[in-house]
Every structure is written in C-alpha cells, then in structure tokens.
Design a protein. Structure first.
Length: 334
C-alpha cells in the first residue's frame, strides 16, 4: 500500500498540514522539523502524488516531446538533450513518437489538451504534419506553450521555432558534389526545404534537375534502400546522390553495394545530420553537420522560459543554427 502524508504525520507526531508544508519547503515550518519530516518521508519511501500536486500547484512539472521516431539517432540525440536540460530544471518529459503517422500526432495533441503537460515541443522533418498547425495553435491559446524544432509554418510570436538551416545544408551538399565534377545529381527524401536547397545549388551552376533524379516519397533507412535499388537498376545512373538524412544515405549505400555499384567509385553519396554512426560506417559518410544537441538545449530553454511567463527576445522566437559540411569517404571526384 502506498505511503501517505497521514503516515508521515503519525510517525513524526505532527499535523497533516505541517507535513505538507515541510515537504513543499515552506518557511512556515522550522528548519529542524522540516529536516526530520523529510527524513521520515525518505525512510518510508514516500512518493508524492503527482496528480494531486498538479491540481494544487496548477503545474505538472512535465513537458511533452513529440518526435517522428525514436530509432533514428538524430531524434534520439535530440530527445536526450531535451531530457537532460529539463531534468536539470526539475521537469520531466513525456516522450511521444508518431512513426510519421498524422493520426498519432493528433492523439498526442489531444492528450496535451487534457492538462497532462505544462508545455510541448514538436519536432518533425516531413511535410505531412502541417495540417495540425491550427490544432497546435489552440494548445497555445489554452495556455500550453509550444516550441517547434525543425518545423515551421506559424506565427513565431505564438510558436517559437528552433531549427537548423537545412535549406543551406542541402545546398552545401549539392554544391560540394558539383565542385568534385559531378553533373548528374539525384535527391532522395521527403522535405520541401531540403529539396529546394538542393535545386538552388544546381541552378547556381546551370545544371538541369531531371524528374527521374528526384526520389521524394521516401523516409527512413528502408526508404533509402529502396531508392538505392531503383538507382542501381537504371541504365543511366546519376553520378551522385544527396539524401534527406544520414539514415537514408546509409540505406542507399547498402543497396548500391548489394547490387555491385561501388561507393564512391561509381556513385558518390552524401547525407545530412552527421549522426555518430556516420563516422564509423564503411565507407565513412560525407554529410552536413546539424548541431542537434545544441538545438535540443535551446528548444528546452525557450520552452521553460515560456512556461515561466518570461518574455522572449526576437532571436529566441526564431532561432536558427548554421550547418557545416563534413567530408569523408563516401564521396570523391568525378
């Protein structure tokens, strides 16, 4: 049976009100009594009732974090950074994965509206979740602050955004491949912003983007593998591929190698994110670094400011991190 405040009060020989005040660090209880009550609570292994505390304090000390998937190292690192930051501020995290399913995100939005969190962070790289922006705005209007990570499309005064410059990341990847002498470039992955960055690099160099070189409707490593199989089966293959992220790039490389297409001798492959695995894969992956841990820290910091009712600076309402090209073995001169 769970230990209650009454159990602590009986053992300490004080009133229930005194125990409640002591455990909430009230100055109305003298220091020695407070220490003794806390020692008894520890001895009895007392666990506070979070629901009751939330009703009294009008706070759950909990935030919701919605990510597309937990198995992707990028989102795992983002979640770890956010968790570490909010734990340092005595907050907890409810981790929610949508598996790229729109209805799953809707379920989490409704859960947050029930009052289980003080605020929420939504992270997404795909385009399918934009339909929920209006519902998420309702969360904010109901006094549940929200931060977007690598996601946009709303008033930044309502929902601040923390993101990396993924447009420039894709531009950097394509521009680098073109500098190596590649002229037939393909793009793999579902992201309008990254695809537009890729296209801008080709336009700068006067290169044509052929429709057959856009593999847009793919996500995850499995999607990358499918793209790699499709490329390997072509008689006229692209010389290089820019992928949505490192996971997809690894999938592309795996499929190409399985079909006896050499990387980078036959086709250069570049990812985006710079997950830890990228440096240890064979061939090691040329990629564009996204400072994911810093993004997680900043998103958590801004959300807790919002929860505390603090005013944000203009920069905090739209905080963008630069990206950096990391050259490894999966790319070479044409």
């Amino acid at each position: 049976m769970a230990v209650t405040l009454n159990d602590i009060a009986r053992k300490a020989g004080v009133s229930l009100a005194t125990v409640s005040l002591a455990l909430n660090d009230s100055n109305k209880v003298n220091k020695d009594t407070k220490i003794r009550i806390k020692e008894i609570a520890d001895e009895l292994n007392y666990v506070p009732n979070a629901r009751a505390r939330a009703l009294v304090k009008k706070s759950t000390k909990t935030i919701g974090l919605v990510i597309p998937e937990v198995v992707n190292p990028f989102f795992a690192e983002l979640a770890q950074a956010i968790k570490d930051y909010v734990r340092s501020q005595d907050f907890n995290v409810i981790l929610c994965s949508t598996d790229y399913q729109s209805e799953e995100e809707l379920r989490y939005i409704n859960m947050f509206r029930s009052g289980q969190v003080d605020g929420a962070i939504f992270a997404c790289v795909g385009d399918m979740m934009a339909q929920h922006n209006e519902l998420i705005i309702k969360l904010v209007e109901e006094n549940i602050p929200v931060i977007y990570v690598d996601r946009d499309g709303v008033d930044h005064d309502l929902i601040p955004v923390v993101k990396s410059d993924v447009y420039h990341a894709a531009y950097q990847a394509a521009d680098y491949l073109i500098s190596l002498g590649h002229r037939e470039l393909a793009f793999a992955g579902q992201s309008v912003e990254r695809l537009n960055g890729f296209k801008s690099a080709l336009m700068k160099h006067g290169l044509e983007l052929k429709e057959e070189n856009i593999y847009y409707d793919y996500l995850r490593m499995e999607g990358g593998y499918t793209v790699g199989e499709k490329i390997a089966a072509r008689a006229n293959k692209p010389e290089a591929v820019v992928c949505l992220n490192d996971e997809m790039a690894i999938g592309v490389i795996q499929a190409l190698i399985a079909e006896k297409v050499k990387v980078p001798e036959d086709i250069s492959v570049v990812g985006i994110d710079n997950i830890k695995m990228a440096n240890f894969y064979n061939p090691s992956l040329t990629t564009v670094n996204i400072p994911v841990s810093q993004m997680g820290d900043k998103a958590a910091e801004i959300l807790l400011k919002r929860i505390a009712g603090e005013t944000l600076s203009p920069k905090e309402k739209f905080f963008i991190f630069p990206t950096e090209l990391v050259i490894r073995d999966s790319s070479r001169k044409a």
